[in-house]
Ligand binder design. Structure first.
Ligand code: PLP
Length: 433
């Protein structure tokens, strides 16, 4: 497919060279969280560029990097205070993996050197991050190079692995976790890595009540660290600054990306609890990770301006409020169109799963390319939505993510929902012929 050339953007809208307007119903890749073309960010970028854009992290620190680290630590729950800057979500999750392994080495338990993750997950595209990802399609071509970290069922109640007890299935997921730990040996497992809300591999899948509390108990019992991959959910996307605040469970390590810079610069971070970093610093004293562009002052100043914008404009509160309006509209689509199996999500991270039969939940055959067709129809009508197809357990999986900028207004959401409904109605008509 040929992509249109984009010329400029303002708020939730993007404009291409031909003058076509698109409503960004996915914030790009769930990234442009404060919308496009925000003047304050452009000005902050210019001011920093006039001072200094680059220093190397092993030679200098910089005011914006220090301030950004402080700001993130202020917002992060509990003792998640130590920040390591990288450039992408994949690097953030991969750094989290390395930190966990180093921690156990310093504790004198070097056999704890693998992580355990879930199927139907996405943690990034580099080899370590892909090893953690339970995304069959993205793993398929590189399987011989990857570690087999995915072991657990995703907490995916629409097609629950424990239907007999669902929605009271949190205990079953915890039991499955414990059984896997015993099979692999607790002495081999450094950390459990998970997305608070499953994004690209599932389409905004929220776990059942009690899930994280119970998984945390199992982690504590077997000395396993919790790594929350908040690359998609972090910095307000779900209506709280960090999604894990919804469950009041504090992870040991958090990966951030995407919304941290809202797309204005490539920057991401791994946030580590004081307890863990103190252990590492008392031993080898250094995290064995880092990139040329880590803690880049230009990117840090940009992220800092994004954080200011989010705080000054009550963006997280807006995400919660508008997210509930969006969910109402998506539930209406679920009730109206049998093609929509489930509307789901948390805050402004929402999704639709598409099915051939709403009652039996039978998926569409792969060759019908239902997700791509819906995305294409939306595109032609001036709406961008995001694919979450291909990662869903046990079948091809058709799902989209609907996640506009957190600054979206109610009337813009109405426009988004009208276009989405038109596209779904057209596709339903086509599929029934
Ligand atoms: N983790 C999660 C939960 C993601 O959704 C993504 C990207 O979609 C990543 C990690 C990888 O981030 P990046 O594409 O910035 O490397």
């Amino acid at each position: 497919m040929e992509y249109p050339e984009i010329s400029w953007g303002k708020g939730v809208y993007l404009y291409d060279k031909e003058g076509n307007r698109y409503i960004d119903g996915a914030s790009g890749a769930i990234t442009a969280n404060i919308g496009h073309g925000v003047d304050e960010i452009a000005e902050a970028m210019y001011e920093q560029a006039k001072k200094v854009s680059f220093v190397y992290r092993s030679q200098f620190t910089s005011e914006p990097a220090e301030k950004l680290a402080e700001r993130l630590a202020e917002h992060a729950p509990g003792d998640l205070d130590w920040i390591f800057f990288v450039n992408s979500g994949s690097e953030a999750t991969e750094t989290a993996l390395k930190v966990a392994i180093q921690y156990w080495q310093e504790k004198g338990r070097p056999s704890k050197k693998r992580v355990i993750s879930r199927w139907m997950s996405y943690h990034g595209i580099t080899m370590g991050a892909l090893s953690m990802s339970g995304h069959s399609i993205r793993r398929s071509r590189f399987s011989s190079l990857l570690e087999q970290y995915p072991e657990l069922s995703p907490p995916y109640c629409y097609r629950c692995a424990f239907t007999q007890n669902c929605p009271n299935c949190a205990d079953d997921y915890a039991r499955e976790f414990e059984t896997a730990i015993q099979r692999l040996g607790p002495e081999t497992i450094a950390a459990f890595v998970f997305e608070p809300v499953i994004g690209a591999a599932g389409g905004a899948v929220v776990p059942p009540d009690g899930y994280f509390e119970k998984m945390k108990k199992v982690c504590d019992k077997y000395d396993i660290l919790m790594i929350a991959d908040e690359v998609m959910t972090g910095i307000g996307r779900t209506g709280k600054m960090f999604a894990m605040e919804h469950w009041n469970v504090q992870p040991d390590i958090v990966a951030l990306g995407k919304g941290m810079s809202a797309g204005y610069a490539p920057m991401a971070a791994t946030i580590v609890s004081d307890r863990i970093i103190q252990t590492i610093e008392s031993g080898s004293r250094v995290i064995l990770s880092g990139h040329t562009f880590s803690a880049n002052p230009q990117s840090a100043a940009t992220c800092l301006a994004v954080m200011d914008y989010i705080e000054n404009n009550h963006v997280v509160q807006n995400a919660k409020l508008q997210g509930s309006i969006l969910m109402k509209g998506l539930k209406y689509l679920e009730q109206t169109y049998p093609l929509v199996g489930e509307a789901r999500g948390l805050g402004m991270l929402c999704g639709l799963e598409l099915v051939a039969d709403q009652h039996t939940k039978e998926p569409f055959p792969l060759n019908l390319e239902v997700t791509n067709r819906l995305i294409q129809k939306c595109y032609e009508k001036g709406l961008i939505v995001y694919t979450a197809a291909g990662g869903i357990n046990g079948h091809s999986g058709d799902a989209i993510i609907v996640a506009p900028p957190l600054t979206v207004k109610t009337e813009e959401l109405q426009e988004l929902l009208t276009i989405l409904e038109e596209a779904i109605a057209e596709l339903s008509h086509e599929l029934s012929n």
